[in-house]
Design a protein. Structure first.
Length: 289
């Protein structure tokens, strides 16, 4: 086993059409990247350029996060056309992610069927704070979401839920409380569930509880500065086989894939745990088969 030089999977990167983002939220990206944002936008329109970027950053595979958020960002179903075509360029390295739209859709079951079986999405994303609903809303106002989860469960496709807050104007952070996932894990025990961001920065204890309680619940650590990870998850080694490295790149405030991976490698945890988090867990859960 290679020591301190493991291959890396970025299990949470926003490989998405930046051209679709409304001017207001796009200004948040400008604060971090300035004029470099134009180069990033170009990279995210050309899979060949993205693969070159991944090679420079030392990343072997990446999960391309996309979801519908019409009101907040301007993301429509067009993101699925984008990510489906984009990931076909290198399916062994690029994993497509999409979402249903329970606020505006007239037929969620049909939409989920399209994503899972025609478009071949290998991950579904639910972003409560940006999409404006609670992940467990199937218990009251959105019963059709239960059909979506059941279809993903049957298809063996994981569902990723945003857990934690959001900085963007209009985002409803209350829908980022991971305890809503307790219901989903109980009602859909074979559904593979990923808590994005581990509940950062308010609900890390809740996320850790859910990881240990439910066999079907995992998390990614994207958006958490690696140097602070052990402050938030001091017992991360206990859940290394359920945890995945991710960067959230190129979201605002993210320094880069390589920078985050190198900082993670410096943490005082076992080499076995580092290997699991940097590569093995995501490879087994998302890329195997």
């Amino acid at each position: 086993m290679r020591t301190n030089n493991y291959p890396v999977i970025d299990a949470h990167a926003h490989i998405c059409p930046i051209r679709m983002i409304k001017p207001g939220p796009l200004a948040e990206w400008r604060k971090t990247y300035g004029d470099k944002l134009d180069s990033i936008r170009e990279t995210l329109e050309d899979p060949k350029l993205l693969l070159q970027h991944l090679d420079r950053e030392g990343v072997e595979k990446v999960v391309c996060i996309n979801y519908i958020a019409r009101d907040l960002f301007g993301f429509t179903d067009e993101v699925h056309d984008y990510v489906e075509k984009f990931c076909k360029y290198a399916p062994d390295r690029l994993l497509p992610c999409g979402s249903v739209d329970p606020i505006y859709s007239s037929d969620l079951e049909k939409d989920a069927e399209d994503l899972l079986y025609r478009r071949k999405m290998r991950l579904l994303k639910v972003h409560g704070p940006h999409q404006g609903f609670s992940p467990n809303a199937y218990l009251d106002s959105m019963p059709m979401m239960a059909k979506v989860y059941a279809m993903a469960e049957k298809a063996g496709v994981p569902v990723m839920f945003h857990t934690g807050t959001s900085i963007f104007p209009g985002a409803r952070s209350k829908y980022g409380d991971p305890m809503a996932i307790d219901d989903i894990a109980l009602d859909f025990p074979k559904l593979k569930i990923i808590m994005a961001h581990g509940g950062r920065p308010l609900w890390m204890a809740e996320a850790f509880f859910l990881l240990r309680r439910h066999a079907n619940v995992y998390m990614d650590i994207s958006g958490i500065p690696p140097k602070h990870l052990l402050r938030y998850f001091p017992r991360i080694e206990e859940v290394a086989d359920k945890s995945m490295f991710g960067t959230d790149w190129p979201s605002p405030g993210i320094p880069g894939m390589r920078v985050n991976a190198e900082q993670f490698r410096q943490l005082p945890i076992s080499e076995e745990a580092k290997r699991k988090i940097l590569y093995d867990t995501a490879d087994r859960l998302l890329f195997a088969g």
